[in-house]
Design a protein around this ligand. Structure first.
Ligand code: IPM
Ligand code: MN
Length: 355
C-alpha cells in the first residue's frame, strides 16, 4: 500500500526525532511492502520565521489532504515573548482544531526494562502499570474565550472553560470503547466539587455508563487523581478527562514510566486520519546535539500504523523492537543518569536492527 504522510518537524529537537521515526517507517515499509511518501510542512517557530505566522493555510491543507500527520515538537525561547496568538504553541492547538482531533490517546506503561527508572517506591514499581489516558483535545479551557482587560484592581486576564454535551459524549464514547477493548475499567477524572463543566461531564459519563454495563466506570477528582497516580498507578486502566487535566496528568504519568521521552500519542477524529506526536516538547536546551530520545516519536509513528492504517503487525514490530533495545540495556541521555548513552541516531540504528 501507498500512504501519504505530512511531516511537521517543528522546532528544537523536532527535526531530529522526526527523522528517526521516518527512518524506522522506511525500514518497516520495505519489510512489509508499503510505500510511505513524506511531505514536509512548516509549523511553530520555524513557520513564524519562514512565513510570519505559526500555522499557515498551506500546512493545514497539506495535513487535511494527507493520509496522516507526524509531528515533532514546537516552541523555543526565540518565540517565547510573542503575544499569545502568535506563539508556536498556538499552531498545535490550531492544527488539532482544524483537523477536528478531539481524541488524544496517551498510553503510559512501565517497560519492564525501565523499572529502575521509575521514581516510585519498589513495591509500587513491582506491580507495574499500563494506563491509557484519553484526553479531550479540542475543547475546554485551551479553546475557551480569553482575554485581558482592566478590572477592579487594574490589569487582569481571564480564560474560560466550556464543554458541550456533544463534546463530552463523543470523548466519553471513545473512552468506554477503549476500556471495552482493554481491562474494562474506566476512571473519569474531573473537578465536579467545584466546576460546572465537570458536573456536566460527570452527569453525561454516568448516563453513558448504562450503555456499557461491562465496563466498570468510576469518578475521581483531579487532585486526588494526581495523588493516586503516584500512590498506586496500577489501579488505572483507562482514564478519560478534559483537555487541561489530561495535559497535566499525562506529563505526570510519563515521568513514572521513566522519562517523558518515552510517551507517544495519537490525536484522532472521526475518520482514520490522525496526528501523531510525542507528548514531550521541543527541548531547546539539547536541540541539534543528536542527544534527544526519539522513542516517543518512533512509537507515535507506530501508533499511526495501527490507528490510521490498521497495520497491527507492523505496529507490533516497532513496539517489540523498542522493547528489545531497552532490554538489551541501551539508553538515551534522558535515561542514562550520567552513564554512557546512545545518541539519537545510534538508538534509532539499534531499533532498526530489530525491525
Ligand atoms: C501537549 C502540549 C501542548 C498542550 C501545548 C504545547 C499546547 O503541552 O501536547 O501536551 O497543552 O496540549
Ligand atoms: Mn502537555
Amino acid at each position: 500500500m501507498n500512504y501519504n504522510i505530512a511531516l511537521l518537524k517543528g522546532d528544537g529537537i523536532g527535526p531530529e526525532i522526526v527523522d528517526s521515526a521516518v527512518r524506522v517507517l522506511e525500514v518497516v515499509g520495505k519489510k512489509y511492502g508499503h510505500t510511505f511518501n513524506f511531505t514536509p510542512y512548516d509549523i511553530g517557530g520555524i513557520s513564524i520565521d519562514n512565513n510570519g505566522v505559526p500555522l499557515t493555510q498551506e500546512t493545514i491543507d497539506g495535513c487535511l489532504k494527507a493520509d496522516s500527520v507526524l509531528l515533532g515538537a514546537v516552541g523555543g525561547p526565540k518565540w517565547d515573548t510573542l503575544p499569545g496568538n502568535m506563539r508556536p504553541e498556538k499552531a498545535l492547538l490550531g492544527i488539532r482544531s482544524a483537523m477536528n482531533l478531539f481524541t488524544n490517546l496517551r498510553p503510559a506503561k512501565l517497560y519492564p526494562a525501565l523499572k529502575g527508572e521509575c521514581p516510585l517506591r519498589e513495591d509500587i514499581v513491582a506491580q507495574g502499570f499500563d494506563i491509557m489516558i484519553v484526553r479531550e483535545l479540542t475543547g475546554g479551557i485551551y479553546f475557551g474565550e480569553r482575554g485581558t482587560r482592566q478590572g477592579k484592581y487594574g490589569e487582569e486576564a481571564y480564560d474560560t472553560e466550556c464543554y458541550s454535551r456533544m463534546e463530552i459524549e463523543r470523548i466519553a464514547r471513545v473512552a468506554f470503547e477503549t476500556a471495552r477493548k482493554r481491562n474494562k475499567r474506566l476512571v473519569s477524572i474531573d473537578k465536579a466539587n467545584v466546576l460546572d463543566t465537570s458536573r456536566l461531564w460527570r452527569k453525561i459519563v454516568h448516563e453513558m455508563a448504562s450503555e456499557y454495563p461491562d465496563v466498570e466506570c468510576t469518578d475521581m477528582l483531579v487532585d486526588n487523581a494526581a495523588m493516586q497516580l503516584v500512590r498506586n498507578p496500577a489501579q488505572f486502566d483507562v482514564i478519560v478527562t478534559s483537555n487541561m487535566f489530561g495535559d497535566i496528568l499525562s506529563d505526570e504519568a510519563s515521568q513514572i514510566t521513566g522519562s517523558i521521552g518515552m510517551l507517544p500519542s495519537a490525536s484522532l477524529n472521526e475518520t482514520t486520519r490522525g496526528l501523531y506526536e510525542p507528548i514531550h516538547g521541543s527541548a531547546p536546551d539539547i536541540a541539534g546535539q543528536n542527544k534527544a530520545n526519539p522513542i516517543a516519536t518512533i512509537l507515535s509513528a507506530g501508533m499511526m500504523l495501527l490507528y490510521s492504517f490498521g497495520l497491527s503487525e507492523e505496529y507490533n514490530n516497532i513496539v517489540t523492537a523498542v522493547d528489545k533495545v531497552l532490554e538489551a540495556g541501551y539508553r538515551t541521555a534522558d535515561l542514562s543518569h550520567g552513564a554512557p548513552y546512545l545518541s539519537t541516531t545510534e538508538i534509532t540504528d539499534k531499533i532498526i536492527e530489530n525491525i
